[in-house]
Design a binder for this molecule. Structure first.
Ligand SMILES: *[C@@H]1O[C@H](CO)[C@@H](O)[C@H](O)[C@H]1NC(C)=O
Length: 228
């Protein structure tokens, strides 16, 4: 009788231990997948317009004449993939979560050019033009640097952020206007002066997220600190 009671308690304890360790594994996996990391390839959805940030080998017919940046509603277009890199002349550790308010570049994967802005007028709404810029190695200039504006510790995948252009202090936005031919239906992308203007929220979407092999974000952060 006493033996049976002992066995029951014993198995009960084992069961709890197994459940707790399963939970720990899940939480660890969860926190790694929560963040946008250095080296991730993602799409950026403007939720209010339901359009994804996009570029292609089509030049603006006005303004800078550089490669145009638009937004599209299709979900499976490979021209909507962007690679998260450190700002020019800076480095980030591959797989390290991107801190809020840190500086990055977004490289358009299929053309290797960087999301860029400058004091040219956008073609439809007369806001600030946003283009793609850089050589075949993806090297452009300071106009490619952007700050990830968010209120958490890191850039979370489930929360929209603002992207502030460093040189001109403007925010990446949709204008709500759409192009005619040859890119009919695509939305105009612009820089606006206030983060409170419409269409300035960008939500990470389907993509390829690189994760640190086995470190939790706070451990990763420590490592990148010691490397500075
Ligand atoms: C942005 O780009 C320039 C290179 O043109 C670089 O010197 C600068 O440090 C970069 N970073 C920031 C935060 O502006």
């Amino acid at each position: 009788m006493v033996f049976r009671k002992f066995c029951n308690n014993y198995f009960y304890l084992i069961k709890i231990l197994v459940l707790v360790s399963l939970w720990v594994v899940q939480v660890t996996e969860g926190s790694r997948a929560e963040y946008v990391t250095c080296g991730s390839i993602l799409k950026l959805l403007n939720k209010d317009l339901n359009l994804r940030l996009h570029s292609h080998d089509v030049k603006y017919g006005s303004g800078s004449g550089q490669q145009s940046v638009t937004a599209v509603d299709v979900t499976d277009d490979h021209n909507s993939h962007w690679l998260v890199r450190a700002a020019k002349d800076e480095t980030c550790k591959r797989g390290a979560p991107i801190k809020c308010n840190s500086n990055i570049r977004l490289q358009h994967v299929s053309t290797k050019k960087n999301l860029h802005s400058h004091y040219f007028s956008s073609p439809l709404s007369g806001n600030q033009e946003v283009s793609c810029y850089g050589d075949e190695n993806g090297e452009g200039d300071s106009g490619d640097n952007w700050t990830v504006v968010c209120n958490n510790d890191y850039w979370r995948r489930d929360t929209p952020v603002k992207l502030r252009h460093i040189d001109t202090i403007s925010y990446l936005a949709g204008s709500g206007r759409t192009f005619g031919r040859p890119i009919s239906g695509q939305g105009e992308i612009v820089g606006v002066s206030s983060q409170y203007e419409a269409y300035t929220d960008w939500q990470p979407q389907e993509g390829l997220f690189v994760h640190p092999s086995d470190l939790l974000p706070h451990q990763q952060a420590k490592i990148s600190h010691t490397e500075l």
